[in-house]
Design a protein around this ligand. Structure first.
Ligand SMILES: O=C[C@H](O)[C@H](O)COP(=O)(O)O
Ligand SMILES: C=C(OP(=O)(O)O)C(=O)O
Length: 359
C-alpha cells in the first residue's frame, strides 16, 4: 500500500515550468502580410496538387533538423531563388523540422532543447522557432514540419503549409486525432519496419471526425472536436528495405484504392529509402522521375534531406566547434547537389506533368 498520496501522484515529475499561452506568442509575433500570403499560397498549392487541380509536384526539401536559426535563414535564402525558378513545375516547401523523434534518446530538436546542451529551454525554443518560421514565410518560402508534440502546434502550426506524421508516430491514435484537426495537408509515413497499412489506417482515422483533449490558444484544457482532414496522403520512406520502386508504388496504389483513399503518394528519398546513405537520395530521385516519365499518376511529391554542406556531425562538447551548415541529425546532401538535382528533375518533368491523368 502506498504510504503517501505523493507516491502515486506525479511521483516521477521533477518540476513543471509554466509556459506562456500560445496566444501571447502569437500576439508578440503575429502572422501578417507577406508571411500570411505565403502560408495561404502554400496551403492552396499543396491541396491543389493533392486534388489533381495543379499538375506540379510538391518538393519537401531542407535540413533533417534546424539547430541554428541563422544558418536556417542562410539555407532559406539559397532555396528561395531556386523555388522561384522552378515554380512552374515544382512547389518547393522548406523542411523546417524543430522536433526530432528519437529511436531511443538523443537531441530532440530546437523547440525542446534550443541550446543543444540538455537544458531544455522550451519557452526559448518556441520563441526562436516561431520567429524563424515567420522570417522564412516572409521570404516567400512555405514551410513543412513534423507534428510530433501534441501541444506545440498551438504555438506554431499557423505558420505551416504541409505537415508530416513520422514513421515512429503514424500508428499513434493521438497523432491521428491531431492530424484530423490540422489545417494543412498531412503526410503519414509508413512505419520504420516498412508497414504501409499503418499509414493507410492513419489516413482513414485522420480523415474522420475526432475528439481529443488538448489546450486552447489561451492555455485552457479543452475537448477539441474536429471535422476530419480531407488532405492526408501516404509517404513511402522505406523500412527494413527501400520501398520507392515501381512495384511498391503499385502495391501502395492498390492498398489506397481498396480503402477508397485518393491515390496520392509522396516518396521520401531519405531514411529507409536511402538506407541512410545520404548520396543515395539522388538515385531515389532519379528513379521517381523515371517513374513519372513512364506514366505514373499517383506520385505527388518527394522529400529530400539537404543542407548547406553534406553529411552530418555529432554535437561536439564544445559548441564553438560545431561545423557551419552541417546536420547534427541525419546526413544530408549539400546545397550545390540539391540545386542540380531539382533543376534536372524539373527539366525532365516540365512537359510531362501537365499530361498526367489525375483528379
Ligand atoms: O530523421 C531523423 C532521424 O532519422 C530520426 O529522428 C531518428 O533518429 P535516431 O534513430 O538517430 O534517434
Ligand atoms: C524523422 C524523420 O523521418 P522518419 O519519420 O521517416 O524517420 C524525418 O523526416 O525527419
Amino acid at each position: 500500500m502506498p504510504k503517501t498520496k505523493h507516491e502515486v501522484d506525479n511521483f516521477h515529475i521533477i518540476s513543471a515550468e509554466e509556459l506562456p499561452q500560445p496566444t501571447q506568442l502569437k500576439r508578440e509575433m503575429p502572422l501578417t502580410g507577406d508571411a500570411l500570403e505565403t502560408v495561404l499560397g502554400g496551403h492552396r498549392g499543396v491541396k491543389g496538387i493533392l486534388d489533381g487541380k495543379d499538375s506540379r509536384l510538391v518538393v519537401v526539401v531542407g535540413p533533417c533538423s534546424i539547430h541554428d536559426t541563422a544558418v536556417a535563414m542562410d539555407y532559406a535564402r539559397l532555396l528561395k531563388p531556386l523555388a522561384d525558378e522552378l515554380k512552374d513545375t515544382l512547389l518547393i516547401v522548406m523542411r523546417v523540422y524543430f522536433e526530432k523523434p528519437r529511436t531511443t534518446v538523443g537531441w530532440e530538436g530546437l523547440i525542446y532543447d534550443p541550446h543543444l546542451d540538455g537544458s531544455h529551454r522550451i519557452e526559448h525554443g518556441l520563441r526562436i522557432g516561431r520567429q524563424l518560421m515567420l522570417d522564412i514565410n516572409a521570404l516567400g518560402l512555405p514551410i513543412a514540419v513534423e507534428a510530433l508534440d501534441l501541444i506545440s502546434p498551438q504555438y506554431l502550426q499557423d505558420l505551416v503549409s504541409w505537415t508530416a506524421v513520422g514513421a515512429r508516430t503514424t500508428e499513434s491514435p493521438t497523432h491521428r486525432k491531431l492530424a484530423s484537426g490540422i489545417s494543412s495537408a498531412v503526410g503519414f509515413k509508413n512505419n520504420v519496419d516498412g508497414s504501409l497499412s499503418v499509414a493507410v489506417n492513419a489516413i482513414r482515422a485522420a480523415s474522420a471526425i475526432n475528439t481529443f483533449i488538448s489546450v486552447t490558444e489561451e492555455g485552457k484544457v479543452a475537448a477539441f472536436r474536429t471535422s476530419g482532414n480531407p488532405h492526408c496522403h501516404v509517404i513511402l520512406r522505406g523500412g527494413k528495405e527501400p520501398n520507392f520502386e515501381t512495384s511498391f508504388v503499385a502495391a501502395c496504389e492498390q492498398e489506397l484504392r481498396k480503402a477508397s483513399i485518393a491515390e496520392n503518394i509522396m516518396i521520401d528519398c531519405s531514411h529507409g529509402n536511402s538506407r541512410k546513405q545520404y548520396e543515395k537520395q539522388l538515385d531515389v530521385l532519379q528513379d521517381v522521375t523515371a517513374q513519372i516519365e513512364a506514366g505514373n499518376n499517383s506520385i505527388v511529391g518527394v522529400m529530400l534531406e539537404s543542407n548547406i554542406h553534406a553529411g552530418n556531425q555529432p554535437i561536439p562538447d564544445d559548441l564553438e566547434e560545431i561545423q557551419y551548415g552541417v546536420s547534427i541529425t541525419d546526413a544530408c546532401i549539400d546545397w550545390p547537389t540539391t540545386e542540380v538535382a531539382l533543376r534536372e528533375m524539373a527539366s525532365r518533368l516540365r512537359s510531362v506533368l501537365p499530361t498526367r491523368k489525375r483528379g
